[in-house]
Design a protein around this ligand. Structure first.
Ligand code: NAD
Length: 486
């Protein structure tokens, strides 16, 4: 019988091209479900995409903002028109629930729409010279070819929040999606292609990070690299990008985010924030609340209530209507989660809930939401990013200890506090070393028009999203004009 498995090629210079080699894309909720075969790019593919983007840059960078705005709006409309198909693919290949996947698709559409509007705003400023008659004007110019490297956990939202501003400000793009989740990103590439952008403005090459990603960082034709992924890979991406032509670099990386629960916290708010932050999207979010820093006097009540909440989480097929937590994305990620759970117990943690895999009708990577209590912040469990549905509780005895523990980690992406004290909320916001601060809410979930990013091992370079994106995707020129003699 002829195979019905579909093959998906790269988008290079306005054409989808078949690859020479393909990788399987399998459903983590049902490993018997082969979603499709996706091209595994070679150096010639990425080189052709970079050359096409470089060729297209001159024209695209001189188009009027209204033209770019209209193109982005068409992409937004295209995403919305295919929302159900995109959400189904996202849930099927990544393991998010359909509700979570639909939310991510909506955000991608809104992001393109946002930058369609943002590019219509006045760009630049006028200054008066301090000591000469010159007038001074600043303009923001596109950087050139931008290489975009994305992770598997947000396969449409992250490509959208990098590609939309890149295109809006007049850059051309080569996007490399993660190997584990090429399907949703491929559909986005198809929608962008169908929106009628000139050939070469947006290119899409799948394949390994080591080959395709590295080539993007090394090519002299690429002028900027925006990367989201792990801190270890991010560091090598930055080193290579700087070594090869001092490219602009923007890195968004891992997190080990604390949620402080103070003695005066509203218990329902605390449990809702912790459950969402730790187990939403199966805990596979850079902003996940993996460390729950809990005041001694509320500790037992909080743990009991959180465990009760965890008992109501329904783990299952990401596309089943009653599922509230989908599977882990892959076998190796599942093994890593299990290894960290075992390590946490060896380090002295108490397994308060979960810790084991679950059987389902289909063979998938199902893991119980897991909580370890009586843990110490210095342990590897609490210092290294796990990136799964695993949270630990660290007991503290006063507010000062809570702040110290929250900050005592290499990462600095997101941090939260649950408190009814306005004074503590303000103090926390002033003293937390994270880039995203939350009071009485989950550490995960951010608005698309607000700067996004963290500090230390979590982020490098300028902030993403909202108006902040302009500083990465443009370069500023200051123009001095002397009026001369009348
Ligand atoms: P990863 O670092 O393994 O891979 C990210 C991307 O880099 C992939 O496309 C991969 O193919 C590519 N890559 C791998 N090696 C490369 C190399 N040598 N040169 C160039 N590119 C290379 O990360 P992942 O497992 O896909 O994603 C999970 C990580 O992403 C977690 O650490 C998570 O915290 C982080 N993340 C951060 C944010 C954020 O905004 N801060 C958001 C989502 C995910």
């Amino acid at each position: 019988m002829a195979s019905t498995v579909s093959h998906h090629g790269h988008l290079i210079d306005g054409h989808f091209v078949a690859g020479d080699e393909f990788s399987e894309n399998r459903n983590p909720s049902n490993t018997d479900d082969l979603i499709g075969l996706y091209a595994r790019g070679q150096q010639k593919d990425v080189d052709a995409a970079i050359a096409a983007a470089a060729e297209a840059f001159t024209k695209w960078s001189s188009t009027r903002p209204a033209e770019r705005s209209a193109a982005l709006q068409r992409i937004s409309v295209g995403i919305t028109a295919r929302e159900a198909e995109l959400a189904d693919m996202l849930a099927r290949e990544e393991g998010k629930t359909l509700a979570e996947a639909t939310g991510e698709v909506k955000r991608a559409a809104a992001t393109f729409s946002y930058y369609a509007g943002e590019i219509l705003h006045a760009q630049g400023a006028v200054y008066q010279s301090l000591a000469t008659p010159a007038s001074i004007q600043t303009v923001h110019r596109p950087v050139g070819v931008v290489g975009i490297i994305t992770p598997w956990n947000f396969p449409i939202a992250i490509p959208a929040w990098k590609a939309a501003p890149a295109l809006a400000y007049g850059n051309t793009v080569v996007l490399k999606p993660a190997e584990l989740t090429p399907g949703t990103s491929w559909l986005l590439a198809e929608i962008i292609h169908q929106s009628g952008l000139p050939n070469g403005v947006f290119n899409f090459v799948m394949g390994s990070g080591r080959l395709i990603g590295t080539r993007l960082t090394e090519s002299p034709l690429v002028k900027a690299i925006t990367f989201t992924g792990s801190s270890s890979v991010g560091k090598s991406v930055a080193n290579s990008a700087v070594e090869h032509g001092l490219k602009k670099v923007q890195l968004e990386m891992g997190g080990k985010n604390p949620l402080i629960v103070m003695d005066d916290a509203d218990i329902n708010t605390a449990v809702a924030a912790a459950a969402d932050g730790a187990f939403g999207s199966t805990g596979q979010r850079c902003t996940a609340s993996s460390r729950l820093v809990v005041h001694d006097t509320i500790h037992d009540r909080f743990v009991d209530a959180l465990v009760a909440r965890m008992q109501s989480i329904i783990v299952g097929d990401a596309r089943a209507s009653d599922t509230t937590m989908g599977p882990v994305v892959s076998e190796s990620e599942l093994q890593q989660d299990l290894d960290y759970i075992a390590l946490g117990q060896r380090e002295g943690g108490n397994l308060a809930f979960g810790g084991t895999t679950l059987e389902a009708e289909t063979s998938g990577y199902y893991l119980q939401p897991t909580l370890l209590t009586d843990t110490d912040n210095s342990w590897r469990l609490n210092q290294e990013e796990i990136f799964g549905p695993v949270a630990s509780v660290i007991r503290v005895h006063d507010y000062e200890e809570a702040i110290h523990v929250a900050n005592d980690v290499d990462y600095g992406l997101s941090a939260g506090i649950i408190t009814t004290s306005l004074a503590r909320a303000h103090d926390f916001a002033a003293r937390s070393r994270a880039g995203i601060l939350s009071v009485n809410r989950s550490t995960a979930g951010t608005d698309l028009h607000v700067p996004f990013g963290g500090n230390r091992a979590s982020s490098y370079g300028s902030r993403e999203q909202g108006t902040a994106a302009r500083s990465f995707f443009t370069t500023t020129a200051s123009i001095y004009t002397n009026p001369g003699e009348v």
